[in-house]
Design a protein around this ligand. Structure first.
Ligand code: DGL
Length: 273
């Protein structure tokens, strides 16, 4: 059995393209329909109920698009909205948290794992729950790093200022004795080199994008949803607001081929603050 429909990928904005890239690399035969809520990004500083509301609207748009499976390529949305989406969506849905937690448990030797992400992700405690479900005795040092997303969106991936922000956020985690660091935000793989430079080779870096793609492949196989041979993989991108400079940054850093970006309208644009 096979299924030629697209995989729907949802993110609060452009950062989830790190997951789309990992999916394209791992599943070159699959069509990917990526939907980024650029009209309302960032989700990381918003309340859980707002992130849940936005996430259910965006995933409904993917259902209307006719996708066969939905990947929540956003840690903030996965952290707070995944349980509800799993119970309400008519197609299988997968987030980034569980695959990242599983990979971290495999990687750690000292049983002390660091987790970084947006405020919404860290405040939700979703990584702690996922990690402790796998190993109740695990030590966890978690820290929100809200300045990293704007630095990445500015394209300052190799920059002294970014290096010093990374050092300021990560120094306490390294001092705590972590030997594994989960990049719990889909933007952060774009800073993987800079983060690795700071933490050194004694700390394993777990990229939730790649692990989410591996878990998606497993789920497709389990549910007999893989595209037939010769399906011809492609990446379509739709956003809820016209793209800004970050699309160019991500496209170049990830070497992604993206055709014309489509626009979709959201029912409830973000309120002006
Ligand atoms: N994509 C979000 C995440 O992975 C980061 C950007 C945002 O705050 O919306 O948490």
């Amino acid at each position: 059995m096979s299924d030629s429909r697209a995989i729907g990928v949802f993110d609060s904005g452009i950062g989830g393209l790190t997951v789309a890239k990992a999916l394209c690399d791992l599943l070159p035969n699959e069509k990917i329909f990526y939907l980024g809520d650029t009209a309302r990004v960032p989700y990381g500083g918003k309340s859980a109920s707002t992130v849940e509301r936005y996430s259910s609207e965006m995933t409904q748009m993917l259902i209307d698009q006719g996708v066969k499976l939905i990947v929540i390529a956003c840690n903030s949305a996965s952290a707070v909205a995944l349980p509800t989406l799993e119970n309400t969506l008519p197609v299988p849905v997968i987030g980034v948290i569980k695959p990242g937690a599983q990979a971290a448990i495999v990687a750690t030797r000292s049983h002390h794992i660091g987790v970084i992400g947006t405020r919404a992700t860290i405040k939700s405690g979703a990584y702690e729950r996922a990690l402790r479900a796998l190993d109740p005795k695990i030590d966890i040092s978690a820290r929100p790093c809200p300045l990293l997303v704007p630095l990445i969106e500015e394209g300052w991936l190799e920059d002294k200022l970014t290096d010093s922000v990374i050092a300021r956020y990560l120094q306490p985690l390294v001092q705590d004795g972590i030997d594994t660091l989960v990049l719990g935000c889909t933007h952060y793989p774009l800073l993987a080199n800079a983060i690795a430079r700071f933490v050194g080779d004694k700390v394993a870096i777990v990229d939730s994008a790649r692990n989410c793609a591996l878990a998606t492949r497993e789920l497709l196989d389990r549910q007999s949803l893989r595209a037939p041979a010769g399906n011809g993989g492609a990446l379509e991108v739709a956003l809820t607001d016209p793209p800004d400079i970050f699309l160019r940054v991500a496209r170049e850093a990830l070497q992604l081929q993206i055709g014309e970006v489509q626009l979709r309208e959201v029912l409830h644009p973000a309120r002006a603050s």
